[in-house]
Write a protein that binds this ligand. Structure first.
Ligand code: TXA
Ligand code: MG
Length: 341
């Protein structure tokens, strides 16, 4: 059920009163609080179990006055905003003095995003008459799979009133399905624009608009929890397997009577899928991303010994998907070998 205008108004009042509200965006659902209220922002970190030195993204309404949040808005930012806002792109800019340190994780920069989901936009317009900002990380416990439906959020935090959430707005299944692309523009003179996290918008699209190559992060880059090696992980171990190896691995696991959940995308995997707890994924990167987190949650619920994921193609359009799968599998290194032993 999609939330009504009345629900949106009520959510805005709760947020203005310092409460936490889960909101739909086109990427994933966010756990939102008033970005101008340090206590409300602190409650996000408590609910998620997230370290307090990790910054959160500030979501703003279309045509918001960005000087309230950023002390400097370079040409590059204007070009990216023109091309991709509202949409799945977060810009890291030098923070304005009055932005609470709770939002920036104590850093000098602030992450800004203008989401395109109509419900998120309606809420941002209603909240503090469009003049405010909503701090919102993905609405999942720290390190876990991001939610792409209102039900996923309730599975994580409980129904409104029973846990940390005052309300959950329902905007249907998130379109993009993986988190926003993050571009750091705080060190242009020395590093150029830096891609901190691949996502809904590809490197090729960014480079076309900026007219220059994107750099990759160095050790001095701002902290991004989404770039921790282990993140986005289900409870069941995850192993990535090349298409060419899939048959052999499945045969060996069957011999050992292992309970396998399979996530596969290629044409040739169709016959294997029939025999297993499995999910047929689209062969198109955008459609795959749209289904990814719901798929991981569904397979996780099988409580299998392992979730085998057929490695998607390496092409640039798959960058965001491959990034999330690699991190989801990171903590499970060695598990497949043990199950095969
Ligand atoms: O699509 C998205 O970006 C979703 C939706 C809800 O908007 N949000 C999201 O938030 O993925 P979160 O907190 O799960 O991931 C945001 C990332 C974090 O890795 C955080 O470290 C980074 O953005 N970030 C936020 N502010 C930053 C800053 N000032 N400097 C560097 N990184 C920042
Ligand atoms: Mg997250």
């Amino acid at each position: 059920m999609t939330s009504s205008t009345e629900d949106i108004r009520a959510a805005a009042r709760l947020l203005e009163a310092g409460k936490l509200v889960a909101i739909p965006t086109e990427t994933v659902y966010g756990l939102a609080a008033d970005a101008g209220n340090p206590d409300a922002v602190a409650a996000i970190f408590t609910a998620k179990g997230r370290p307090s030195n990790h910054p959160v993204i500030v979501h703003v309404a279309r045509d918001a006055d960005l000087s309230r949040w950023a002390s400097e808005i370079p040409q590059e930012a204007h070009r990216l905003i023109e091309a991709f806002w509202p949409g799945p792109l977060t810009l890291i800019l030098p923070r304005a003095m009055n932005v609470p340190l709770a939002v920036t994780g104590g850093q000098d920069s602030v992450g800004l995003r203008c989401p395109s989901h109509p419900l998120a936009q309606a809420l941002l317009k209603e909240f503090r008459s469009g003049e405010g900002g909503l701090a919102a990380p993905s609405a999942n416990r720290f390190g876990r799979v991001s939610p792409t439906t209102a039900q996923h959020v309730i599975d994580e935090f409980g129904a409104p009133g029973t846990g940390p959430l005052a309300a959950v707005l329902d905007g249907g299944q998130s379109d993009v399905g993986i988190e926003s692309t993050i571009v750091d523009l705080t060190r242009l003179a020395t590093h150029g624009p830096v891609l901190l996290r691949p996502g809904g918008i590809s490197t090729a699209e960014l480079e076309r608009v900026l007219g220059c190559a994107m750099s990759t992060p160095d050790t001095a880059a701002p902290r991004v929890s989404g770039s921790l090696d282990a993140h986005y992980a289900p409870h069941t171990p995850v192993a990535l397997v090349a298409s060419s190896m899939l048959d052999e691995v499945l045969r060996h696991l069957a011999q050992k009577h292992r309970h396998v959940a399979l996530m596969a995308w290629s044409e040739s995997s169709a016959t294997r899928l029939a025999a297993l707890t499995s999910l047929r994924m689209p062969a198109d990167p955008q459609a795959y991303a749209h289904m990814l987190y719901a798929g991981l949650r569904e397979l996780d619920a099988e409580r299998a010994d392992i979730i085998l994921v057929e490695q998607p193609p390496a092409a640039g359009a798959w960058q965001g998907v491959n990034d999330r799968l690699r991190r989801a599998a990171f903590d499970s290194t060695g598990v497949l070998d043990k199950l095969l032993a």
